[in-house]
Design a protein around this ligand. Structure first.
Ligand code: ADP
Ligand code: MG
Length: 702
């Protein structure tokens, strides 16, 4: 059978043998012919173009040179040994250097022989050298093999010692490709999807990805293979979502009752924005559907998510269910408790707070009321998901700032109701659309993309250390106008002690500039007891202190409308999303607000981009896109544990458009045939299963 050919163990490929096969297995995970053909190149070079030594500059990322090795010398002793080759082309001389595997290279290379080398030049004492270049003989055979675009494969030192540098792998690939029967690479997408998206066949794509005829064919091949990879991730996620929606029952909140209406008509402190209205409607529809809601609500800091959460909770109560709201920190839980208690006070709804600091007595009373059903809304920290916390009839769980809660914790919450409670996850950390589609692909999403009216956009400025006096002067002006100021210091775990010293010193400096009794300064950090923290916070909230010196504990949730200046010290040590979060602490009142980013004078390119981005825009989604480009998907908060990053060819940073199309394609298929039972979709079902088997990490998807 044709496809069995690809399952042939790799040691059966001519000339490999068991020993070299072992290295392929351990280093590349290549066990079969199939594995080898999916070891895709990681880039391509135009091997018909050569540079000259005289034109080298450090700005060139990679160069390809053609010339002769004049001499080979091993220098240094023992572990510091290296091989140095003097390489000359028509225009000059450079050195090639090998530190690892130099013995093997010394045996392999010949002097007075023409080679083609490829690598990154660096200047070293007035001369250029290239460390660990790719190198191959410039003989007839190699030259004839060159199409304009030649594949480059990733390799390791171990592989290289067995002859599997990029060149060696390419030869192996060539040999295998020549042997594969025409029909052995089976089509893995349905004819319909291929037609709709004008995709190259799998067979053609695999051949072209390794040995492209030209640039156009290469692009088509890449498109096809990326599409397929993303398509199956989306198919899996959307199917999971479909199954959840279809099979998990949820409490039906069928009526809009007195609590919701009473609040909406009489006590709503302001008109909802259109975005808030739309989202409330989406949530209402979900919660009336008879299936469990799993919804992610994204909305920038200050966009008014709390009110949406409250309205949703009122719906639960109208239908005789309880609701709870879980916050990531005590400060935030407290604040939610205060805000929500005030808002619902006229309705006579019972609200309670449960955190790590609740006393035994408080807990006991609260748990009793929770079980009798007297308590309607419970607000708290992770203490909420402890097993002892039992509800009479939990209908809705709101999770604020979701990325701090693990998947397992969410699952635990689901078990707290007789029927699984509806789940609303809120986050003010906007994540780029492409990532949301993948990491939260099994959730429905809502977006509040509109700020309440009358907000003045925060003005952001970037000051460097020499401008510190200007910054102090600016603080003075604003305080004279009656405003309050945050001064935030970074706190990174590894250097906690040092950072606390910095914070203390920063506090002392500020107090020197703003001495009592005219000025009062608060200080808050994670090492303070919670009573102390509260005391300091309260002084600031009440306006008794003008300045709040703090670590990032104030990052989420804190709401002091009169605070209109946010100074971030050592801003270069923060990531973009964190800077954006911190900035969101101001801009909550009627006054013009400011954010000042203080950095040292010397900044790396990435830090500079971060500061420029912050100065340029207040849009959290735009900032998240820049963040993604700077850091890659693996470093975006909340994505680390996800198996989605195990992609062989697609790339979530650059392939956003392909991802959108692949998702649309998967959705279309499932809309018509949710169980993939139709004959034409059999091939999709089969490959979905195959993918699950071949990529265990994808099990974590969703
Ligand atoms: P976040 O989305 O960051 O959680 P909040 O819910 O804390 O935002 O709301 C930020 C501020 O905006 C609060 O003071 C809130 O009362 C106010 N707010 C919310 N919705 C509106 C609205 N529609 N009009 C005016 N102010 C609003
Ligand atoms: Mg909030």
């Amino acid at each position: 059978m044709a496809s069995a050919f690809l399952d042939t163990p790799i040691e059966y490929l001519k000339g490999i043998g068991p020993q070299r096969a072992d290295v392929l297995k351990t280093e590349l995970g290549v066990f079969t012919f199939r594995d080898l053909i999916t070891h895709y190149p990681f880039r391509y070079v135009d091997r018909t173009k050569f540079q000259s030594v005289k034109d080298l500059s450090e700005d060139l990322p990679y160069v390809q040179l053609r010339g002769v090795i004049e001499s080979l010398t091993t220098v240094g002793v023992k572990r510091a040994q290296r091989l140095v080759a003097v390489f000359r082309d028509n225009t000059g001389i450079i050195e090639l250097v090998w530190f690892q595997g130099h013995k093997w290279m010394a045996d392999k290379l010949k002097t007075q022989t023409e080679y083609i080398i490829f690598g990154k030049p660096t200047r070293f004492g007035g001369r250029f050298n290239i460390a660990h270049p790719e190198i191959e003989l410039a003989n007839q055979e190699n030259m004839a093999l060159k199409s304009a675009f030649q594949a480059v494969y990733s390799s390791t030192e171990k592989l290289k010692t067995k002859g599997f540098d990029s060149e060696g792998i390419r030869k192996l690939m060539k040999q295998l490709m020549a042997q594969i029967p025409g029909d052995a690479i089976e089509e893995s997408l349905s004819a319909e999807v291929m037609n709709d998206y004008k995709l190259l066949s799998k067979n053609e794509a695999v051949r072209q990805i390794h040995f492209p005829d030209n640039n156009l064919q290469l692009q088509k091949a890449q498109y096809r293979l990326k599409f397929e990879e993303l398509f199956y991730v989306q198919l899996k996620l959307l199917r999971l979502h479909h199954q959840t929606v279809k099979t998990v029952p949820g409490a039906v909140f069928s009526k809009v009752g007195d609590y919701f209406n009473g609040f909406y008509n009489k006590h709503l402190p302001f008109q909802l924005t259109n975005a808030q209205k739309r989202v409330v409607k989406e949530i209402r529809t979900d919660m009336g559907s008879g299936h469990q809601m799993n919804r992610l609500l994204q909305g920038d800091v200050g966009s008014g998510k709390t009110l949406v959460a409250l309205l949703s909770m009122l719906l639960a109560i109208d239908n005789n269910y309880q609701a709870c709201l879980m916050a990531p920190t005590e400060i935030l839980a407290n604040q939610h408790f205060v805000t929500i208690s005030e808002l619902v006070f006229p309705l006579g709804i019972k609200v309670a707070l449960l955190t790590g600091s609740s006393t035994q007595k408080e807990r006991r009373e609260l748990l009793a009321q929770l079980q009798s059903g007297d308590l309607q809304i419970l607000i708290g920290t992770h203490a909420l998901i402890e097993d002892v916390v039992q509800f009479k009839n939990l209908g809705l769980v709101v999770i604020d700032e979701q990325h701090r809660f693990g998947v397992a914790q969410r699952a635990k919450l689901r078990e707290k109701g007789k029927v699984p409670p509806h789940i609303l996850i809120m986050t003010a950390t906007p994540i780029p659309r492409t990532l949301a589609m993948t990491f939260y692909g099994d959730l429905d999403t809502s977006v509040i993309d509109e700020m309440p009216p009358g907000r003045k956009p925060i003005k952001t400025m970037h000051f460097m250390e020499p401008q510190r006096l200007r910054m102090i002067g600016f603080m003075r002006e604003q305080i004279a106008l009656g405003r309050q100021v945050y001064v935030v210091y970074p706190l990174i775990k590894e250097s906690e002690k040092l950072d606390l010293q910095n914070l203390q010193k920063g506090y002392d400096d500020i107090v020197k500039e703003f001495p009592p009794p005219q000025f009062q300064v608060s200080i808050v950090h994670g090492k303070l007891k919670s009573e102390q923290k509260d005391f300091e916070m309260q002084r600031f909230v009440k306006g008794e202190t003008q300045i709040m010196v703090a670590t990032t504990v104030i990052e989420v949730g804190v709401n002091v409308p009169n605070a209109s200046v946010m100074v971030i010290e050592s801003a270069e040590r923060f990531g973009l999303s964190q800077l954006h979060q911190l900035r969101g602490r101001v801009g909550r009142g009627a006054e013009q607000s400011f954010c000042i980013l203080m950095t040292s004078y010397k900044l790396g390119a990435d830090s500079r981009t971060r500061m420029e981005t912050m100065v340029r825009t207040n849009d959290g989604f735009e900032i998240s896109e820049v963040d993604l480009k700077l850091r890659g998907p693996g470093d975006i908060e909340g994505t680390q544990q996800s198996g989605v990053l195990d992609l062989k060819i697609a790339d979530l940073v650059h392939d956003g458009q392909i991802l959108q199309m692949a998702r649309a394609a998967a959705q279309t298929v499932l809309n018509e045939d949710a169980d993939l039972k139709l004959e034409k979709n059999k091939v999709l079902e089969k490959n979905l299963i195959l993918n699950a088997k071949n990529r265990p990490s994808w099990a974590k998807v969703g």
